[in-house]
Design a protein around this ligand. Sequence first.
Ligand SMILES: *Cc1c(COP(=O)(O)O)cnc(C)c1O
Length: 318
Amino acid sequence: MQLPTYDDVIAAAARLEGHAHRTPVLRSTTADEQWGARFFFKCENFQRMGAFKFRGAFNALSKFDATQRKGGVIAFSSGNHAQAIALSARLLSMPAVIVMPKDAPAAKVAATKGYGAEVVMYDRFTEDREALTRRLAQERGMTMIPPYDHPDVLTGQGTAVKELIEETGPLDHLFVCLGGGGLLSGSALSARALAPGCKVYGVEPEAGNDGQQSFQAGKIVHIETPKTIADGAQTQHLGGYTFGIIKRDVNDIFTVTDDQLVEAMRFFAERMKMVVEPTGCLAFAGAIAAREAIAGQRVGIVISGGNVDLSRYAALLA
Ligand SMILES: *Cc1c(COP(=O)(O)O)cnc(C)c1O
């Protein structure tokens, strides 16, 4: 397997130019004083459709040839990948089908349809979504784009940390949330190239530490779907591409509890006036937990997204 490189991240950045937002890097004196480090927050909650996933999706779809564009794209997701694919397909004028479970939140189904995608529902308990997606892809001549384990997806995700380090200069530490590893592997490619001395860490929910187990075992470990409020990180295993890069370029993988996520979420709301979804809080929660190791140093935090149902958000903060 040929792993993508930082050159592929540079090429992705050129494709995203003028299409993705260059999201702000925010500082917080309160955070710096409270936890004793210098934090640089890369705010992908302000990315188009509300999460970094637009980067990977748009990059992947931009590389389709004429035949692929005509057939369009198909993906299975009930989360941010669905909206990222739907929006990117609309911008690039190609058809999109998103396969979603029948019990997906109505707001997510509506958002995906709102971007112009066709939503095909399946029953989570009786149907195999991968088999269904493959069959539809074949019948309709569509190209399937997975949420993380694809070179064009992960190198697109890597453009966020490229922007971050270009803006801040070298960092000592970088914390990135970890689900299937698209964001972490792409971020590691950028950090290794732009700040060779920067330590890169993935942060996972404690209930779903398959990435940490895989990192320690040196091979991909599969787990049951974890129970956590970090719904964007409920993955069961890393992918071949993402793990290949993570095991080579990442320094360590940490875990945090749901309570620690809520603490970070409350801080973003109260002190930085930002709505961040639970999964988007993983990196900062991990940095807070590691505060002794990062004391007085320059620390990059990737805030991955801000898509959370407001009644759920209020209930978590109550
Ligand atoms: C998808 C997602 C993640 C996890 O990203 P991976 O590339 O699967 O590791 C984290 N945060 C948010 C907001 C997401 O949508």
